[in-house]
Design a protein around this ligand. Structure first.
Ligand SMILES: Cc1cc2nc3c(=O)[nH]c(=O)nc-3n(C[C@H](O)[C@H](O)[C@H](O)COP(=O)(O)OP(=O)(O)OC[C@H]3O[C@@H](n4cnc5c(N)ncnc54)[C@H](O)[C@@H]3O)c2cc1C
Length: 302
């Protein structure tokens, strides 16, 4: 058999294995192989069982989805489960509450439960204004966003409505799309409330200084109005692992421990240079069409 592939995919993260599966699902006559530098499939979706806690799955990368704003993965799960005959292999999700009163917050060396923000405001080690006291980190930001774009936290709006509203709104005499998120937040929150929201909100980067008209609807979709997340009972990594199995079932090949260090024209093919666990290797990949320059070979990156 020739060593030339039709498609080489670099990386067996969820996008690499999904691309391979889709390519082979539409045309099984192709030779499609995936080259993964690491020793596992899944990339940034990595789930582990901690030693001594066999019933627990620890997520070392992605941990949850928000079906209302991630329709593609939601549809993929339905499709994968519909093609599963063994119930033990179903990808099952569970409700992943982010605002449970028992959730732990550890701020400025103080251990708190989420309920303390509302029930024991004196225990919160931040110098908040009287309007800010008694609110959780999420509520502080929601109230600030409502002041910046009145009406945007209404549950009746769709994500598209909120995006449009933010694009059309001016704040302090300037369109929001010309301002930074941090700048507008700091006009309606005290610095202490901003610091608390940043540290107790879980993700510092979301409140950093990106475009305010993009950030506000994004924040509300991901954290704000109705954040009904789902976690994965067997870990998020089950998704790329299942897709990889389906890819292999239709003739695809996944190589782990095979890092692509470069790809170069080599006659009518593109030759992939790999560093494998067993040393360097070369892998040619056929150009997309014999008349094309080899640099247009269908190597897919992820
Ligand atoms: C800490 C963390 C938390 C997250 N939380 C969530 C969440 O809760 N929900 C959510 O939906 N998303 C979350 N994400 C984002 C999500 O994990 C990523 O969007 C998704 O996994 C990206 O998939 P990918 O296939 O595009 O890339 P990756 O998963 O990064 O896969 C790329 C693969 O390519 C391989 N590779 C790279 N270069 C080469 C090379 N030269 N040769 C061979 N192989 C190579 C890498 O080893 C890797 O396996 C989180 C990410 C992180 C890091």
């Amino acid at each position: 058999m020739t060593d030339v592939l039709d498609v080489a995919i670099v990386g067996a993260g969820v996008s690499g294995v999904y691309s391979g599966f889709r390519l082979l699902s539409t045309n099984r006559d192709q030779r499609v192989e995936i080259f993964e530098g690491d020793d596992h499939v899944g990339g940034r979706l990595l789930s582990a069982t901690p030693p001594g806690i066999p019933n627990m799955v620890a997520e070392l990368g992605g941990m949850r989805i928000l079906p209302s704003v991630q329709p593609r993965i939601t549809k993929l799960l339905e499709e994968l489960n519909a093609g599963t005959e063994d119930p033990a292999e179903l990808i099952e999700t569970y409700d992943f509450p982010v605002d449970d009163p028992d959730n732990i917050a550890f701020v400025r060396d103080i251990h708190l439960r989420l309920r303390d923000f509302e029930e024991s405001p004196g225990a919160i080690p931040y110098n908040l204004s009287f309007q800010e006291e008694g609110k959780t980190a999420g509520k502080l930001v929601l109230d600030a966003l409502e002041q910046i774009v009145p009406g945007i936290t209404s549950k009746d709006l769709t994500e598209a409505d909120r995006r449009q509203l933010a694009q059309e709104t001016s704040f302090g005499g300037k369109p929001l799309y010309r301002q930074g998120f941090w700048q507008v937040l700091m006009r309606v929150m005290t610095s202490e409330a901003y610091q608390l929201a940043k540290i107790a909100g879980g993700y510092q980067s979301t409140l950093s200084n990106w475009n305010a008209a993009d950030a506000i609807p994004w924040y509300l979709s991901d954290f704000g109005v109705s954040p009904d997340y789902k976690g994965f009972k067997k870990g998020f990594q089950q998704v790329p692992l299942t897709v990889a199995q389906r890819f292999e079932a239709v003739g695809g090949v996944v190589h782990t421990g095979a890092r692509v260090v470069s790809f170069e024209p080599d006659g009518e093919v593109v030759s992939l240079k790999l560093v494998t666990s067993t040393g360097r290797a070369h892998r040619p990949c056929e150009a997309s069409d014999s008349g094309d320059a080899p640099s247009r070979a269908r190597a897919v990156g992820s």
